[in-house]
Write a protein that binds this ligand. Structure first.
Ligand code: GSH
Length: 206
């Protein structure tokens, strides 16, 4: 059975929702950042990167959200989260998810994880001060050029939707008013109504 290591309010929510949407059997184990469990020897044996998410499969451990989402989408092709067999359509989804992973998530991480990039407190403070404007720029681009609607890729729900939902839920905490992005804001509202999303959020708050 698949096993997801997750932490509430992190990017692992996207993989968690995708697993729930897939209809497949999985278990989920919480990693408590307040106890630094992501750096415990036990967890580092699962994921030497010391990050969540990590997905344990019968063939080994997968890390990196775009890879985990693509794997779930290919494992469960007939589910709402199944990925298209057409190479170009699949690449479009991967392009969107790669942007979230390599640009949006990294812009957000400068708020609390500045010490990854600098030791100088003034440099860390300067990076923190840029988070709201960088996140705004990213979501401006998503709103005006990348989001097709009603779902991220257009008419069909995809593995890009839980990922956007997850990162859009960070906006308020990053000092950005999500109402500035009406399509993304409405997407977030509709995502929150999906049974799979409700179920995961209820389970991780429990
Ligand atoms: N590129 C990775 C990023 C994973 C990542 O940075 N996860 C954060 C939570 S959103 C984490 O585990 N942080 C723990 C730490 O930095 O100690 C992905 O998309 O899965």
């Amino acid at each position: 059975m698949l096993k997801l290591y997750f932490t509430p309010a992190t990017c692992s929510l996207a993989s968690h929702i995708a697993l729930e949407e897939s209809g497949g059997r999985y278990e989920a184990e919480s990693i408590d950042f307040s106890k630094q469990e992501q750096r415990s020897p036990e967890y580092l044996r699962v994921n030497p990167k010391g990050r969540v998410p990590a997905l344990v499969t019968d063939r080994g451990v997968l890390t990196e959200t775009p890879a985990i989402l693509a794997y779930i989408g290919q494992r469960f092709p007939g589910s709402p989260i199944g990925v298209p067999s057409d190479a170009f359509e699949f690449a479009r989804i991967q392009s969107f998810n790669s942007y979230l992973c390599s640009t949006v998530h990294v812009a957000h991480a400068h708020k609390r994880r500045g010490s990854r990039w600098a030791d100088d407190p003034a440099a860390i403070e300067a990076m923190t001060a840029k988070v709201a404007s960088n996140m705004s720029d990213c979501f401006d681009l998503i709103e005006t050029s990348m989001f097709a609607g009603p779902w991220v890729m257009g008419e069909t729900y995809s593995i890009a939707d839980p990922y956007l939902f997850t990162l859009a839920s960070w906006l308020e905490g990053d000092g950005v008013d999500p109402a500035r992005f009406p399509k993304v804001f409405d997407h977030r509202r509709r995502m929150a109504e999906r049974p799979a999303v409700k179920k995961v959020l209820a389970a991780i708050d429990a």
